[in-house]
Design a protein around this ligand. Structure first.
Ligand code: PBG
Ligand code: MG
Length: 329
């Protein structure tokens, strides 16, 4: 009459629930994105990313020491470049004493064992806010790839452990890998943003870096000619497989939450570590709803991060890394 198999037995107390729990997030899952600005003693909150900051190099030193103490071991660096240093080809990106290069050295000085990954794309350096060079109404592929390869070598030279190309140009992983090998950076890894979608969830990030695409004649004010159409699934697998063939050590799916079907599929398909980027808009939504008292911030945060890991993420890039680690104790 009654069921002999009662699944609720395994849910009846926190002790049994924790004993049978399949997915547990820990500090070693996280990659912490950090925004760096020029100047001294600057720690400015990003308006659309409550409790997240742009840091000058002195604050960057403090921040990475704090992260290390908390058990966070990897950072992903982004820089906010002043307008007067921006141009169409991102030439400032190659400056040996540029902000990114100094930021890499600053982190390594503060915390030599911290794993340093760097964003490789032209957008923060581009007067047009595009990830590549703009000409004739297009974002040029091959010319952009040349700059991205040089940029990667420059980051490796400054001490980056991994470069993370986020641009979605075709063939850039192979060119970057070859350039790193040619220059002797055999141990510098590549984390490829492989399935990166043209997403409206990047809005707050573009506020943080002042890097949104600007209106130019004959050029779309979006990134849909290089980032993926969010309607597509097979294309994500193809992009990811190609990046692995070209030499990517780690592949990434981005954004996170709306793309967990893609994460699972890619995790089942490939045999390299898979990273997921829970992006700025995902962070902003939780913060905003929590501020209004409409959602329980901590509960929603842990649920989302656990779901990302359950979907197959081996690495989670997240603005919640510190909040989550604090909560986990
Ligand atoms: N190529 C730059 C880059 N690297 C990471 C993000 C977004 C990250 C986020 O929203 O948190 C972007 C923005 C974009 O592609 O426009
Ligand atoms: Mg590709």
């Amino acid at each position: 009459m009654y069921p002999l198999i009662r699944n609720r037995r395994l849910r009846s107390s926190e002790a049994i629930r924790s004993l049978v729990r399949e997915t547990i997030i820990s500090p070693s899952d996280f990659l912490v994105p950090l925004f760096v600005v020029e100047g001294k003693a600057i720690k400015e909150e990003i308006p659309s990313m409550p409790n997240y900051y742009r840091l000058s190099l002195d604050h960057l030193t403090k921040e990475v020491k704090e992260l290390w103490k908390m058990g966070l071991r990897s950072v992903l660096l982004f820089v906010k470049v002043p307008d007067n240093l921006k141009d169409n080809s991102g030439s400032e990106a190659l400056n040996e004493n540029g902000l990114m290069q100094l930021a890499i050295k600053t982190v390594k000085n503060a915390c030599p064992e911290m794993l340093v990954m760097t964003d490789v794309a032209l957008d923060p350096y581009s007067s047009y806010g595009h990830d590549g060079i703009v000409a004739d109404g297009q974002i040029l592929n091959d010319d952009s790839v040349e700059v991205l390869a040089e940029m990667s070598v420059s980051h490796a030279k400054a001490g980056a452990d991994f470069v993370a190309p986020s641009d979605m140009m075709d063939g850039r992983i192979l060119s970057i890998r070859e350039a790193l090998e040619d220059e002797g950076y055999l141990n510098t890894g590549i984390m490829a943003y492989s399935a990166k979608y043209a997403s409206a969830f990047y809005g707050p990030f573009r506020d943080a870096l002042d890097s949104a695409p600007v209106a130019i004649k004959n050029v779309p004010k979006d990134k849909k000619t290089y980032q993926m159409d969010f309607a597509n699934r097979f294309e994500a697998i193809r992009e990811t497989q190609m990046d692995i063939e070209e030499g990517a050590d780690i592949v990434m799916v981005k954004p996170g939450l709306c793309y967990l079907d893609i994460v699972r599929e890619i995790r089942n398909e490939v045999d390299v570590p898979v990273a997921v980027y829970q992006v700025s808009g995902e962070y902003a939504m939780v913060k905003a709803a929590a501020e209004k008292g409409w959602l329980d911030h901590d509960a929603v945060m842990i649920e989302q991060l656990t779901a990302i890991k359950r979907a197959g993420a081996n690495i989670i890039a997240s603005y919640f890394a510190k909040d989550a680690v604090k909560l986990l104790g």
